[in-house]
Design a protein around this ligand. Structure first.
Ligand code: ZN
Length: 148
């Protein structure tokens, strides 16, 4: 991990989160909570007629990593189909727990800067919360999900 790049990216997204805000009407929605850290998140997904994610937003509060990861998640998954997005979710999740090959980390683009998180087990849940919540929304789970 390039530590400086990691820190800069987290700070930038935390200060200026992308796609932050509610959606009054959306096709998929879920709420997530990480009790270990107190991070909370709501994820809103809108699909267009072709089945692509035309809009993806989040709201929530929590630590810098949870908020930055949510911001990166929205940018990474917009324009994909739900199926493609769930494949990216799988890769991100494997990366967060240190099980993704170096070459595959590169294909994750900006989300790849979070690869170093696998070295900090206590923060892994902060990083995966928004992604986990996206997955719950995509799969139509209505209940509030928890990382625990
Ligand atoms: Zn956190």
């Amino acid at each position: 991990m390039n530590h400086e790049l990691y820190q800069q990216t987290i700070l930038r997204h935390n200060r200026n989160p992308q796609n932050y805000g509610e959606m009054e009407v959306c096709s998929h929605f879920a709420e997530g909570f990480n009790p270990l850290c107190g991070d909370e998140i709501k994820v809103y997904v809108q699909l267009d007629q072709a089945g692509l994610i035309s809009d993806l937003r989040f709201t929530g509060k929590g630590c810098a990593i949870s908020q930055a990861s949510a911001s990166i998640m929205t940018e990474s998954l917009k324009g994909k189909t739900l199926e493609e997005a769930l494949e990216i979710y799988d890769q991100f999740h494997d990366m967060a727990i240190g099980k993704l090959a170096e070459n595959d980390i590169d294909t994750l683009g900006e989300a790849g800067v979070l690869s170093g998180i696998s070295q900090y087990p206590a923060r892994v849940k902060c990083a995966v919360l928004s992604w986990h919540t996206f997955k719950a929304a995509a799969e139509g789970q209505q209940d509030k999900i928890s990382t625990e």
